[in-house]
Design a protein around this ligand. Structure first.
Ligand code: XMP
Length: 514
């Protein structure tokens, strides 16, 4: 994608590199992450307004420490080095880096010495977030200190003869409260960006690019109804209308009225070729007698591919496959420990589609983060129910029923899940929760209904908060809400006589139960 104002971020393996990209974009300036080893010619071809060198876990003195090509420093654009990025930049420009006697880790008081340029509108003492063992020692006399901490006289520097700036601390994390302003100063005051990048302009440019790529050919899209595939379908539809065919496979493992809702949304509001494939029996039959969760996943993945390729095969002239791949899935990840090797993360593949389908990919969201996709979905007129929905796994309710899948169990879980979500929404808590759902445990615990003992199923409720789904904490739902959910499920869902709330964190417990 070509942008007039791009900040290029060289990734030295910091866990915060993506955060730097986001902070820059929050200022309406487009940013792109490339590995630290980027070819200077390629970097030049992007024509960046500025470059940021990220932090990284290595020490400049370790064997195989990652360095970028020295020509990066003669591109005549402002450069900001952060932590490790500062150290390699300062080394390249004549300073020394030494292990400091006192490591700085965590929140640190920092004194601003020069309140212009990088620290414009920031005065006096600020709190910054540090994580470093080495620091620069300016023996060259070519650096001006802009800020200092008790243990580090060069907490921020400017090179006297060029537009190289260095920060020993991390401005991209929220623990550096003035960090956003510092990055804003870098992109606006130092790089001269105007801040014209917005999802609105992204929409127009992307539509033009899709038209250019697809021309008069046909595109097929596996629409799952999730936010990524829905926004993908909506934007491609906006570009090429009925040249797009969407295939929505109802595998019988969906939530209450889900297929009907997606069908109605896309058929009613978008001028596209929407195909709802009812494959419920195929999936449920294949899952008969299967108890092992991994086997369930494999069967469902395999069956999905069969159904999708059969249906896509009916469209004889489809040339392109649309995928809702997002930016975090395509950034080339840098592994610094054990040698600076640049590897490309495997692309996440919608529904695990086979690579041998011989279709060219259209991935209009590959430069966006999730929150940007949501904004775009809003601009494209998708309903909030789709834009803000919690993630739903590909194998659907099958990994939320412990043991065998039967149509009766699916019906019980669907009803319990609907009550859970309806009540969470009614309490106004849906958006602050990352993922919430019900799980069916077909245990047959004892209960008394009327005068008789009953042996019926348990429903567990899970509600978690997370930023990356790698770790998660359970949500402290109000007792009154839990009480309403429990009493409604027991009263309204036949086959359930007990409701439990899952109070386990991830790790060790995963978010899904199977
Ligand atoms: P876990 O259970 O691993 O879930 O903590 C993390 C996130 O991934 C989702 N998930 C899946 N998504 N196919 C998917 O498409 C799967 O097999 C699968 N298993 C878990 C889960 O819902 C959560 O958002």
């Amino acid at each position: 994608m070509s942008q007039n104002e791009t900040i290029l971020i060289l990734d030295f393996g910091s866990q915060y590199t993506q955060l730097i990209a986001r902070r820059v974009r929050e200022n309406n300036v487009y940013s792109e992450i490339v590995p630290f080893s980027v070819d200077p010619e390629k970097a030049r071809s992007i024509n960046p307004a500025g470059i940021i060198l990220s932090g990284g876990p290595a020490s400049v003195y370790t064997k195989n420490a990652p360095f970028c090509h020295k020509d990066i420093f003669s591109m005549n654009v402002p450069i900001l080095g952060i932590c490790y990025g500062m150290q390699i930049g300062c080394m390249e420009l004549g300073s020394k880096v030494t292990p400091s006697t006192k490591r700085e880790y965590g929140e640190t008081a920092c004194k601003i010495i020069d309140s212009s340029n990088l620290f414009d509108s920031i005065d006096g003492d600020i709190t910054v977030w540090n994580s470093h063992g080495d620091q620069i020692t300016d023996l060259s006399g070519r650096f001006v200190s802009l800020a200092s901490t008790t243990n580090c006289p060069f907490a921020a520097v400017k090179h006297s003869d060029s537009d190289f700036y260095g920060l020993q601390f991390h401005p991209e994390v929220t623990h550096t409260p003035d960090g956003s302003q510092i990055l804003r100063n870098f992109v606006y005051k130092i790089c001269g960006c105007s801040g014209a990048w917005q999802t609105g302009s992204f929409l127009e440019e992307t539509i033009a690019e899709i038209k250019e790529q697809v021309k008069d050919k046909k595109v097929v899209c596996a629409l799952s109804g999730g936010v990524d595939s829905s926004v993908t379908a909506a934007i491609i539809n906006k570009a090429i209308g009925k040249q797009l065919t969407c295939i929505f496979v109802d595998n019988g493992l969906l939530r209450h009225n889900e297929a009907e809702y997606i069908s109605k949304t896309f058929n009613g509001n978008f001028n596209l070729d929407f195909n709802l494939i009812n494959a419920q029996d195929r999936f449920v039959t294949k899952l008969k007698g299967v108890l092992d969760p991994e086997k369930k996943r494999k069967i469902i993945g395999h069956e999905f591919i069969s159904v999708f390729t059969e249906e896509a095969g009916k469209l004889k002239d489809a040339t392109f496959l649309a995928q809702g791949t997002l930016y975090p899935d395509v950034i080339e990840s840098v592994s610094v420990h054990g040698g600076p090797t640049a590897t490309i993360k495997s692309h996440h593949n919608v529904g695990g589609l086979p690579e041998n389908m011989d279709l060219e990919l259209v991935e209009p969201l590959r430069f966006l983060f999730k929150d940007e996709v949501r904004k775009l979905g809003h601009e494209l007129g998708l309903p909030d129910e789709i834009i803000w929905q919690h993630p739903f796994p590909g194998p659907g309710l099958s990994v939320r029923i412990i043991g065998e899948i039967t149509t009766e169990r699916l019906e019980i879980l669907r009803n319990a899940d609907k009550i859970t979500i309806d009540e969470i929404k009614a309490a106004g808590m849906y958006r602050e929760i990352s993922q919430a759902f019900a799980v069916l445990i077909p245990l047959g615990t004892v209960g008394v209904m009327g005068d008789e003992r009953s042996y019926e199923n348990v429903i567990a409720i899970r509600a978690v908060k997370t930023t990356d789904f790698m770790t998660a904490d359970w949500v402290d739902l109000p007792n009154s809400l839990l009480r309403t959910i429990s009493s409604r499920i027991i009263n309204e869902v036949k086959g359930v006589n007990r409701v439990a709330y899952d109070i386990s964190t991830k790790p060790p417990s995963t978010i899904e139960w199977e």
